[in-house]
Design a binder for this molecule. Sequence first.
Ligand code: NAG
Ligand code: NAG
Ligand code: NAG
Ligand code: NAG
Ligand code: NAG
Length: 271
Amino acid sequence: MPPLLLLFLLHLFSTSLMADPDDQRCLSGLFHSLSDPTGALQNWSSPSSLSSPCNGFTSFLPGVTCNNGRVYKLSLSGHSLSGQLSPSLSNCTNLQSLDLSSNELTGPIPVSLSSLLNLAVLNLSANRLSSEIPPSLSLCAYLNVIDLHSNELTGQIPDQIGLLVRLSTFDVSNNKLSGPIPYLLANKTNGLGPRFNASSFMGNKELYGYPLPPMKNKGLSVLAIVFIGLGSGLVSLILSFTAVCIWLRFTNQESSNPGEEGKISHLMPDY
Ligand SMILES: *[C@@H]1O[C@H](CO)[C@@H](O)[C@H](O)[C@H]1NC(C)=O
Ligand SMILES: *[C@@H]1O[C@H](CO)[C@@H](O)[C@H](O)[C@H]1NC(C)=O
Ligand SMILES: *[C@@H]1O[C@H](CO)[C@@H](O)[C@H](O)[C@H]1NC(C)=O
Ligand SMILES: *[C@@H]1O[C@H](CO)[C@@H](O)[C@H](O)[C@H]1NC(C)=O
Ligand SMILES: *[C@@H]1O[C@H](CO)[C@@H](O)[C@H](O)[C@H]1NC(C)=O
């Protein structure tokens, strides 16, 4: 047998029988950090299944897809999973797609996700994730999809996210984000039209800038009312002041006219 073929077979053999310790850490960390009321992760609970999550090229763990003996897709959407995302997710170093959308996850998006250098799809939409979007997500250079809509994320959208050149879907609508929309997410680099349209950003009370329509919130209208009030006050002040001036001048002219004064004194009865 040629040595190369032997090496190849050996590789096949080892990937099908030996579980990757990083994937084990990843899945076991995730499993232990989540609470699973509907039993979607029931089969995850046996130690034997977690110790070899990829049995050859496939996985018998629900929600886990394998490729070459490594976990490459985690898809656990809509299972009422609660709890916080475990930082150990970063141990799934071959992960390309992470979909934990439509659950009840809380807490922050782990900063450690930035070490998932093969990640192309990140869908954590429709949970209750809070805290800020980690700027280090921009290190995941292959990211195509970032869907974080309908969470409770706060702070600004990191400018660095705009540097992800492969990003074709970006949705952070319906969160609690604030501040300006990063230029590189709002505008195409050629300046022709928006890179992502307003629907990617709407539903964040304090987020502003193109492509969102100009803000029409309470703060602004209160300011407008104050300005209108001050303005009309000033105008009426000036008007009444000039009126008084004109009247004073008129009466002054009248009183400084000696003929009129004489007439008046003439009309006065003499005693
Ligand atoms: C759990 O694994 C068993 C086989 O080990 C399988 O028959 C069953 O359908 C799995 N359950 C789920 C929810 O996937
Ligand atoms: C695996 O996860 C743990 C946290 O649970 C972390 O300390 C460790 O650095 C991770 N390893 C890798 C390779 O990401
Ligand atoms: C993310 O998941 C939600 C809910 O499962 C789905 O509706 C949405 O289309 C997904 N986002 C993308 C960009 O595929
Ligand atoms: C982005 O593009 C819009 C419309 O093409 C334009 O109005 C806006 O000024 C641009 N933003 C910047 C910072 O150039
Ligand atoms: C915004 O872009 C998405 C695709 O990215 C498209 O489906 C949607 O119709 C666009 N909405 C508007 C108002 O242009």
